[in-house]
Write a protein that binds this ligand. Structure first.
Ligand code: G3H
Ligand code: 13P
Ligand code: ZN
Length: 312
């Protein structure tokens, strides 16, 4: 089937009490690992591409990789999404360039300006059959070249969401409830806890409307330990507990973003491979187990965290 938008995926996910996985893609092995797991588990999927991914791999390569994944998995519903679109021009380039969904992230701008920029993207996107994710509230962490400290992050104000959704016409809304980007989400020794009260207040304001969670990697300690054991140094890397993500997936949260966990699986596996096979230098030999571990991690997310297996 051709690329789909997220419209039907989100309608079903909202009603069914599960969430769609949105996984960041940067190269062929990541695309393959994700889509093979999704095809085997019959899980609709969002493949998302950041500004950094486009700069690294080139827009055309990424689109062609996703087209190849469609050809290899013809039954699998796949949406191709721009992650954290920084401005109208980037969103337009992706809309014109074959994406079925874009995010305009003007969350760092004042409320009125966020509405204005988002509305402009929505108008252009909808004219072209593309859906738009917007964001209210600021997550901590690093995304592309923007770094937001924990002090400068802020939870979404539930009293703003209905006006924002109505005035912009966006199709889904990313909110800030304590998730953050990257592998260091909570200070060691503190109790990781999402603000479900903020989530439920937001839900009440926009009933039936799909909510998105960014920064939702759980930073599996298995891979952090593997990286540290084989020459890396990632002390104190902590993610979102998976039971909290599962709880979020049962609510109005229809899309959960995962990138760092893929990076950890890939990096840990490759570090281990090199440590155990110092004489090897064929990229296929170390990328193969890395791809296999990404696949198994995605399978685990689909079944145990998102609950979207069997929904395609
Ligand atoms: O939210 C950010 C995503 O993890 C993408 O990361 O900008 O390094 O590609 P990136
Ligand atoms: P993580 O860094 O938690 O994987 O978040 C990814 C993300 O939100 C992409 O937009
Ligand atoms: Zn994000």
């Amino acid at each position: 089937m051709p690329l789909v938008t997220t419209k039907e995926m989100f309608e079903k996910a909202y009603k069914g009490g599960y969430a769609i996985g949105a996984f960041n893609v940067n190269n062929m092995e990541i695309v393959q690992g994700i889509t093979e797991a999704c095809a085997e588990e019959k899980a609709p999927v969002i493949l998302q591409v950041s500004k950094g991914a486009r700069a690294y791999a080139n827009h055309n390569y990424l689109v062609k990789l996703v087209e190849a994944a469609i050809a290899c998995n013809p039954e699998l519903p796949i949406a191709l999404h721009l992650d954290h679109g920084p401005d109208f021009e980037t969103c337009k380039s992706c809309i014109d360039g074959g994406f079925t969904s874009v995010m305009i992230d003007a969350s760092s701008k004042p409320f009125a300006e966020n509405i204005e920029i988002t509305k402009k993207v929505v108008e252009y996107a909808h004219e072209h059959g593309v859906v738009v994710e917007a964001e209210l509230g600021t997550l901590a962490g690093v995304e592309d070249d923007v770094k937001v400290s924990a002090e400068d992050s802020s939870y979404t104000h539930p009293e703003e969401v209905a006006e924002f959704v109505e005035k912009t016409g966006c199709d889904s809304l990313a909110i800030a409830i304590g998730t953050s980007h990257g592998a260091y989400k909570f200070k060691p020794g503190t109790k990781p806890q999402l603000r479900f009260d903020v989530l439920h207040e937001c839900e009440k304001m926009i009933p039936g409307f799909p909510i998105v969670l960014h920064g939702s990697s759980s930073v599996p300690q298995e891979y952090v330990e593997m990286i540290n054991k084989f020459g890396g140094a990632m002390p104190g890397a902590i993610g979102i507990p998976e039971d909290q993500l599962r709880e979020a997936a049962r609510s109005a949260v229809c899309k959960i973003n995962i990138d760092s966990d893929l990076r950890l699986a890939m990096t840990g596996t490759i570090r281990q491979f090199f440590a155990e096979h110092p004489d090897k230098f064929d990229p296929r030999e170390y990328l193969k187990p890395a791809r296999a571990n990404i696949k198994e991690m995605v399978r685990h997310k689909l079944i145990d965290v998102l609950g979207c297996n069997g929904k395609a």
